[in-house]
Write a protein that binds this ligand. Sequence first.
Ligand code: GDD
Length: 426
Amino acid sequence: KVVAVIMVGGPTKGTRFRPLSFNTPKPLFPLAGQPMVHHPISACKRIPNLAQIFLIGFYEEREFALYVSSISNELKVPVRYLKEDKPHGSAGGLYYFRDMIMEDSPSHIFLLNCDVCCNFPLPDMLEAHRRYGGMGTMLVIKVSAESANQFGELIADPITKELLHYTEKPETFVSDLINCGVYVFTPEIFTAIEGVSTHREDTANLRHVSSFEAFHSLTRNLPKDFVRLDQDILSPLAGKKQLYTYETMDFWEQIKTPGISLKCSALYLAQFRLTSPHLLAGGDGTKSATVIGDVYVHPSAKVHPTAKIGPNVSISANVRVGAGVRLICCIVLDDVEIQENAVIINSIVGWKSSLGKWARVQASAVMQFSLLYSLGSFGADGDYNAKLGITILGEAVTVEDEIVVINSIVLPNKTLNVSVQEEIIL
Ligand code: GDD
């Protein structure tokens, strides 16, 4: 048997995702119309002999209750949310729930960060992992040398694929091969994590100061049950024939900011085109509005037949789209109302917001996303906002008739009755 664990973090972790993480936990923010965490969960479904999926985090249980029960029914695999009383770190959280994770005596445990966007080649990783015969195998990808320092940089043996060296977010360049935050382990991982806590307790009891200790003081002062997978496990175990790498040649992004979520939404919509085209709009779902490229429309949304939407548009539940509206590259969240002839380009529109007639909500560069995308203007190097600009409306923002909002971030519950550009409206 195999189990999968998805680390979802908690309310203190998603702060860069504001203003969209005020009321909705970041893992439940929709990408291509599905909660962020839904994408790794549905990828787990392809693992042979999958017994259970655990989400581990320190959000309140009730925030995940509804999603977890509906996805369990849909996938016919038990999905459980396990709440930590406090953050234990990416490996500590796993260890904290070891008894539950080991309930079915799994031979392998997948561990996935919830804030990465990729095609999760899990069955292939498992096969490679069995071949390598180590304790763990991690998904890795080559990125541009300039962006590598935002991630764990590593060196792998070109032939055996063994992890030879690992440094988390190094200050000086190590390698353009980085950690994707997707792993498969044997149950020995628990022994390794236990080893870190025990060692930390021992060194904390030895109170003599040496330069070596001063160097390690940061680590030593962490609580003994707080264990980071990268610094505390991957770094020390590199080069010991226990960890191996599996390189993906497909897409991969880290989802830290709202801006990048527009790009990830596009990547997942494009994947739906291949894997589940029935989820994409075209014909009945949109009640004959003009659809261009990959578009998701929730069945409860009402889109006027004269509206024109796409590419890369995702429309959530109960959204109303009026006559003559134009939507390009945007995420429109639940209960939004868009009145006649309004335009939204390169933007995220928060829950319950409303746009008046002829209103425009857009980024500064009004270039078609698909065009920029095909020109390769986006690498795995992150700052989508800087390259293209984006407008984000928080929850319940009102944009009055004919108002233009360009490249701005508007916090929840604001009413805009004058046009704004390059502003943050608090
Ligand atoms: N449950 C729980 N408890 N989850 C946690 C905790 C915790 O105490 N701390 C972090 N996480 C979750 C986060 O929500 C995220 O999904 C994952 O664990 C990793 O988070 P961080 O430890 O903050 O690392 P990071 O996201 O900055 O970088 C990691 O992922 C990158 C890939 O996205 C590192 O492993 C990098 O090396 C890697 O490149």
